[in-house]
Design a protein around this ligand. Structure first.
Ligand code: HEM
Length: 401
């Protein structure tokens, strides 16, 4: 008996506009609705395809030959966006990726950890010195900590560090259709361009530092000098906004779920899992992109050759096929199946180890010191074409007795 193979269906067309302001303000709702239509949908307004579900995104990203990274939706060259590994397939991608991964080696991370821990403790001890305190989880904790610790280990000057958040915000806002909203964001980010250019130049890199190590790889012929600077720019673009937003979002998740903070304080062994759950629940990156370099079928849906594709990881993080009660935040959730908040496959976030180290170190120091986290006002979500996060999270922190 021969098994019948079902013919693929055409991707359902949806009217949903992922870049309309209402979607940017509530992406979980809109990306969730698209996810429930089909594993792959056709976003009529832009002619793009969107992979909406966890299993299908993973499947596509395992197959980098078909789902190439050399082009993506909204990837017209932009003065803001570094052109490097995110736009490469092997073999070019392998060389660039190895270069980045080597600067986040075990030895380098071990050295970073000592510094991250000391700074996390210093910031928290200062904030909590006089007992319960009301702070903005974004500005007073997330941004203050991230803009201190990571630029320090990169050897960046103190002055101008806040520009890194503007730069990241600008880079992520290039991933969407031209609009007044985008123009305003890019104008704001342009303030950061000169600083980024100056601080990624070869001459200013401190000997032995991350930038210096990248340029040394260029000298050894492992990557080109241009790639070294582009990689450094990618670290500037992707390494601050994301981590800051994730930590602020995590503060909100705890503010909304005080019982989960209690659980974590009672069992600090859950710190690593709690952070992974926080970025599943509130991923800093809403979607990635690829293009299909041949016709293919995914989840029973036909994707034509040449299709430009959005991989919707924020929606996939709440896919009920993958997670039980996905809209709930639980520090002890079973996450053995992973999440897609750092992407998946060969383009998995190159900075994930450093981002994880930063966040876990801070969270551990918080758990040691803070008895309760309460929301004391309305948090404000940031609005960005591609990034997701919170820009204001008013909380009261009560130190342990
Ligand atoms: C919580 C923080 C972070 C999140 C949620 C995040 C998320 C992501 C995601 C989803 C991707 C995959 C993009 C794709 O396949 O289209 C990615 C790639 C990347 N990320 Fe991150 N990221 C974070 C922090 C960082 C940090 C700290 C750095 C640098 C130190 C960094 C550097 C990069 C680079 C260079 C890539 C491109 C990797 C490649 O193409 O192979 N990211 N990130």
């Amino acid at each position: 008996m021969t098994a019948t193979v079902e013919a693929p269906i055409e991707a359902p067309e949806i009217d949903y506009d992922p870049f309309a302001m209402e979607s940017l303000e509530d992406p979980h709702r809109f990306d969730g609705e698209a996810r429930e239509v089909a594993p792959v949908v056709h976003v009529k307004k832009y002619g793009y395809y969107a992979i909406t579900r966890f299993a299908e995104i993973q499947k596509a990203l395992r197959d980098w030959r078909t789902f190439s990274s050399t082009d993506r939706p909204f990837y017209a060259p932009s003065p803001f966006r570094p052109r490097t590994l995110i736009l490469e397939d092997p073999p070019e991608h392998t060389a660039s990726k190895n270069a980045v991964l080597s600067v986040f080696s075990k030895e380098n991370l071990a050295a970073f950890e000592v510094h991250f821990r000391a700074e996390a403790e210093r910031i928290l001890d200062e904030l909590l010195a006089d007992g319960p305190v009301e702070v903005d989880g974004f500005q007073d904790i997330a941004a203050r900590y991230v803009l201190k610790v990571f630029p320090d280990v990169l050897g960046l000057p103190e002055e101008g560090r806040e520009l890194l958040l503007k730069f990241g915000d600008g880079v992520f806002n290039t991933f969407g259709p031209p609009s007044d909203f985008q123009a305003a964001k890019l104008a704001r980010a342009s303030e950061a361009q000169e600083w980024v250019e100056n601080n990624t130049a070869r001459e200013v890199q401190a000997e032995g530092g991350i930038g210096w190590q990248l340029y040394a790889m260029a000298d050894e012929g492992k990557i080109s000098e241009h790639t070294a600077q582009q990689i450094l720019k990618s670290i500037f673009a992707a390494g601050f906004d994301t981590t800051t937003a994730s930590i602020a979002s995590m503060m909100r998740a705890f503010g909304d779920n005080p019982g989960e903070w209690e659980k974590l304080v009672a069992d600090p062994g859950l710190v690593e899992n709690a952070w992974e759950e926080a970025i599943r629940y509130y991923p800093a990156s809403r979607y990635g992109g690829r293009w299909a370099n041949k016709e293919t079928v995914l989840g029973g849906v036909r994707i034509p050759e040449g299709a430009k594709i959005l991989t919707m990881w924020l929606g996939a993080g709440r896919d009920p096929r993958q997670y039980t009660n996905p809209d709930e935040f639980h520090v002890d959730r079973d996450l053995k199946g992973g999440h897609l908040s750092f992407g998946f496959g060969i383009h998995t976030c190159a900075g994930n180890l450093v981002a994880r180290l930063e966040a876990r170190t801070l969270l551990r120091a918080m758990v040691e010191r803070i008895a309760t986290i309460e929301l004391v006002g309305e948090p404000r979500q940031a609005v960005n074409y591609q990034a997701f996060g919170h820009e204001y999270v008013p909380v009261r922190l009560t130190p342990k007795a």
